[in-house]
Design a protein around this ligand. Structure first.
Ligand SMILES: NC(=O)c1ccc[n+]([C@@H]2O[C@H](COP(=O)([O-])OP(=O)(O)OC[C@H]3O[C@@H](n4cnc5c(N)ncnc54)[C@H](O)[C@@H]3O)[C@@H](O)[C@H]2O)c1
Ligand SMILES: O=P(O)(O)OC[C@@H](O)CO
Ligand SMILES: [Zn+2]
Length: 350
């Protein structure tokens, strides 16, 4: 008997481009949401674009809640505000933090939410994944994706450049994530989606092919990376997990978040992780140097010192990364300290 089934959750409206923020009201109208919108934002995005968002919903008396940290306390505050203000849906305005918070809160409230990213910093801004630190856990969990994404490249292009290069590096890391996924499929019978794997790889390839156009101050950079972030989010939705975009390089990054908190940002850490894990996959003659060159060409870090972490922190993250999640990767049951030093040295990371 044929017994396969799948449920792919995707945004309905995705607007990317110059000035599309002014079409937010129109994009929301098409979703048949009702009631008051609650804008979930953080201080800088609120200053930059809060009024442009709320004025489009003036007839529905919008409310705003400003959050600062990605925490369960922030999610509680959004839930309480939404209940108190009788919100009908949420609009997340900002970088990854307000979007993750709104994603989790809207899941809890059974309300729809719309994402208005102001930074193209990682592929969580469009995906069905949310990442809120809980105890020792740093990786994402499933949460319904936004019903719509309105990504204004004029705003995204003015965000700090390192956030855009982090978004690019998060996409480049898809190369090794897919290698890890295939490995887990071969060795551990982990379910693999050819469609999601191919889309994720293609997304990384297209971004690298466009690397020459990714330059500070060019709005086209925001356009290229945001389209890639959407595509990577779709790959995760097809897979029903973050597997197409998260392998050992992400385990390494999640460990760095615990060992050296606040020193480097997600995309930059996974980029450096990807150089290392590509070497582990394919050896000296593999494509690790292509990944390193692609990262360098878009101004993303390629070494521990550029990340602002110590060599010892890199080694500790590498040797312990396999323990943090039930996700088989090239790190297998763990690599020794000697192996970690060797690969980090051979790739010039330390
Ligand atoms: N959901 C996922 O799958 C996923 C994946 C990776 C990371 N994350 C999470 O995302 C968060 C990191 O994302 P982030 O770096 O976007 O965080 P963020 O929302 O804190 O934004 C980073 C900084 O950039 C500022 N900013 C945003 N847009 C700006 C703009 N246009 N101009 C000037 N400043 C601007 C913000 O005010 C903030 O200070 C972390 O909490 C991380 O755990 C989630
Ligand atoms: O599930 P994780 O490992 O948090 O990955 C989600 C996202 O960062 C993939 O780019
Ligand atoms: Zn990521």
């Amino acid at each position: 008997m044929f017994d396969k089934s799948t449920w792919i959750k995707l945004p309905r409206n995705v607007l990317v481009g110059h000035g599309v923020l002014d079409q937010l009201g129109e994009a929301v109208d098409e979703l048949y949401l009702s009631g008051r919108p609650l804008v979930v934002t953080s201080p800088t995005p609120n200053e930059l674009a809060g009024d442009r968002v709320t004025e489009q919903f003036a007839a529905d008396d919008p409310a705003t809640v400003v959050v600062e940290t990605a925490s369960f306390e922030s999610i509680e505050r959004v839930i309480d505000t939404a209940e108190r203000e009788d919100a009908g849906y949420l609009i997340a305005l900002g970088g990854g933090k307000p979007i993750d918070i709104a994603k989790m809160a809207s899941d809890h409230l059974n309300l729809g939410f719309v994402a208005v990213p102001t930074a193209a910093s990682h592929d969580g801004i469009v995906s069905g994944r949310s990442s809120i630190p809980e105890g020792d856990t740093r990786h994402s969990v499933a949460a319904d994706p936004p019903l719509a994404v309105v990504a204004d490249t004029e705003i995204l292009a003015k965000a700090p450049w390192e956030l855009t290069t982090a978004g690019c590096a998060d996409i480049i890391s898809n190369y090794t994530a897919v290698k890890d996924w295939r490995l887990a499929h071969r060795l551990k019978n982990v379910e693999y989606s050819e469609y999601a794997g191919a889309l994720s790889e293609l997304t990384a390839e297209m971004l690298v092919d466009s690397a020459d156009s990714i330059k500070k101050g060019h709005e086209e950079s925001a356009w290229i990376v945001t389209k890639a972030l959407v595509s990577s989010g779709v790959a995760m939705s097809i897979a029903g997990s973050s597997r197409p975009a998260s392998g050992a390089e992400h385990l390494f990054s999640h460990q760095l978040d615990r060992i050296a908190p606040g020193k480097a940002i997600h995309g930059h850490q996974v980029g450096v992780g990807s150089i290392i894990t590509e070497f582990l996959h394919s050896g000296e003659k593999g494509q690790w140097s292509d990944i390193r060159a692609a990262l360098a060409s878009i101004d993303a870090p390629t070494t521990a010192s550029e990340l602002g972490v110590s060599d010892q922190e890199v080694i500790e993250a590498l040797t312990t990364a396999h323990t943090i999640r039930d996700r088989y990767t090239i790190l297998g049951d763990g690599i020794t300290e000697e192996a970690a030093i060797e690969v980090a040295t051979a790739t010039g990371v330390i």
